[in-house]
Ligand binder design. Structure first.
Ligand SMILES: [Zn+2]
Length: 279
């Protein structure tokens, strides 16, 4: 299944590139026609007729392709109907719009996530990060969550989180996605692939130092579920923060992102299955 999935992604990438190449060739052809036309205007009037026909055909072709082509963002692979995930959202623009004047309201309206007690800086970071990951299935899987600013971070209920206003931005992004990652496993069970994750965890072990140690738990509270739960959140976190250092909970300094150099391929592929392609 994984190989088929990868092949499909690869072939789609190849297809996109082929279409790009086709479009480029078409642009060059149109440009060449334009140059020829400029030279012809001075004298040969009868030559206009076939050229006009060619232009008409080119225009008609362009219009037909334009209207029947995929509606995805230019330059990005289409993520909608070809994704196997049943909750795939439509493609949003890659670049966030200008910061809304009321960020808290915008986050609630756009992503269905309520953020209580956060300052403007952290609302801005949350807006940017949620927008960034909204081209995946992530938002669909965590919509309805309430996040309350706090002195530390944890999931407190099915769709409630306490989250500290960390800095710098990279650490805040990691913590935000980590806590929301717990929501997927606990509250979007139908799409979480929990059993498959248990197998991945048994095979590859914890994906980060935090997943391996669960260092924030008292030792007597660290059981299989706690390790698997933290590993799941970490699997999601570093898939959606591929340039970030592994630094959750900061209980063991920071390590390189676990997915660098094709690390933890089973975790990576499962995250891709849950969330869809990213970035
Ligand atoms: Zn956690």
């Amino acid at each position: 299944m994984e190989q088929e999935e990868q092949k499909r992604h690869q072939s789609r990438g190849f297809l996109s590139r082929s279409i790009d190449a086709l479009n480029t060739a078409r642009s060059i052809r149109t440009f060449a026609t334009g140059v020829r036309l400029a030279g012809a205007t001075a004298s040969l009037l009868p030559v206009w007729l076939p050229i006009a026909v060619v232009i008409f055909i080119l225009l008609a072709t362009f219009l037909i392709v334009g209207f029947t082509g995929a509606p995805g963002t230019p330059g990005t692979p289409a993520a909608g109907p070809q994704q196997p995930h049943p909750t795939s959202p439509p493609n949003p623009p890659i670049t966030p719009p200008a910061a809304p004047s009321d960020l808290r309201q915008a986050i609630s309206g756009q992503f269905g996530i309520t953020m209580n007690g956060f300052d403007q800086q952290h609302l801005q970071w949350a807006w940017d990060k949620l927008w960034d990951v909204s081209r995946t299935n992530f938002i669909t899987l965590v919509r309805g969550t309430t996040i309350t600013a706090s002195s530390d971070s944890e999931q407190t209920g099915c769709k409630t989180i306490r989250l500290a206003q960390y800095g710098p931005q990279e650490l805040f992004n990691v913590a935000l996605i980590h806590e929301l990652g717990h929501i997927i496993l606990n509250c979007s069970k139908a799409y979480a692939y929990e059993q498959e994750h248990a197998g991945v965890w048994r095979t590859e072990g914890g994906v980060t130092r935090y997943a391996q140690t669960a260092c924030t738990y008292p030792p007597q509270n660290r059981g299989s579920w706690q390790f698997r739960s933290e590993d799941y959140a970490e699997m999601i976190t570093y898939y959606l923060n591929p340039t970030a250092w592994a630094q959750t909970a900061r209980c063991a300094g920071r390590q390189l992102n676990p997915y660098l150099n094709n690390g933890y391929p089973l975790h990576y592929n499962l995250a891709k299955k849950v969330l869809g392609a990213y970035p």
